[in-house]
Write a protein that binds this ligand. Sequence first.
Ligand SMILES: *Cc1c(COP(=O)(O)O)cnc(C)c1O
Length: 367
Amino acid sequence: MINFLDLKKINQQYQKELVEACTRVIESGWYLLGKELTSFEQAFATYCGTKHAIGVANGLDALILTLRAWKELGKLKDGDEIIVPANTYIASILAITENNLTPILVEPNLSTYNLDIENVKLAITNKTKAVLAVHLYGQLAPMQKICDIAKQHNLLVLEDSAQAHGAHINGHKAGNWGDASAFSFYPGKNLGALGDAGAVTTNDDELANTIKALRNYGSNEKYKNIYQGTNSRLDEIQAAILAVKLQYLDQEIQYRQSIAKKYIEGITNPHITLPTVTNLTAHVWHLFVIRCKERDTLKDYLHKNNIETLIHYPIPPHKQICYKQWNNISLPITEQIHQEVLSLPISPVLTDQEVHRIIEKVNEFKA
Ligand SMILES: *Cc1c(COP(=O)(O)O)cnc(C)c1O
């Protein structure tokens, strides 16, 4: 079986260094908010080109705490409208509703799966206060245009970069376009911890300080609580692990890009719609997502041929039980995407031989 993602194989490449990092943390006797976190935060901020990176417990918290910080700073208030792509992972939407803000679900662009700039413009009202741009599957959303519109309308821009560490246009990286950006280091992400972890990047000192307080009970000084904060810290051990893996991120991205190139050149089956790439470095291929009208038949067929695929995502947020108030709204592009998408294996440890077998089997598929 060609696995969709072999995390064991990915992490075993760095096992010696990971064990050294863990040993260092064990022997330090200091497990939270210490040197390892500060050092990873600095390295990750440098990598993204931002002034700050603030480690938090996971990617969802990175989103939640950024919006929460903007509320504490008086930049957002209950009921404000946040524009967000309707086809995103549920976390982007949960972060908005968790903060009593109102998500305005907009249809994405069918060829990039990212925000469609015309739909963003149409969605702006006098209640709109922010755009949450998701770099879905690893490709940057049209950030220049989004930032231009945001500036015209005085909107905050939050990037959801959970799938796009390292994506860039002329060196301008994911995480350094908006007012702030949320990252996830969930094990399966392109930069993955050995457990949960996340971070916010920003160039705004006040926002950075507020998030630092919020992640630690609302306190920047022990036993003095400015906010009714939460506990969302990134452990020293995960920070040490991430610092090791960050060194190999660019190399892994290049490898993902080389697989994507082989898929794009090799897959010629007319039943398959390949991903559209707007700029070669703007896509870091967290996922390689194709579309097919007979998606479920294709998935079964590949499974019978020992190729594991996944669907990102089978049910759009507005069709989820938890958002039953939206179950009847019609978002045909989003719904089409969820019916047709299929993610092929792509990872830093997928072999050339496996890539060729996948291409061959996809090309042999008859709908
Ligand atoms: C993974 C992911 C998140 C959430 O990250 P966690 O670390 O799992 O909380 C948020 N947004 C997107 C687009 C993601 O893919």
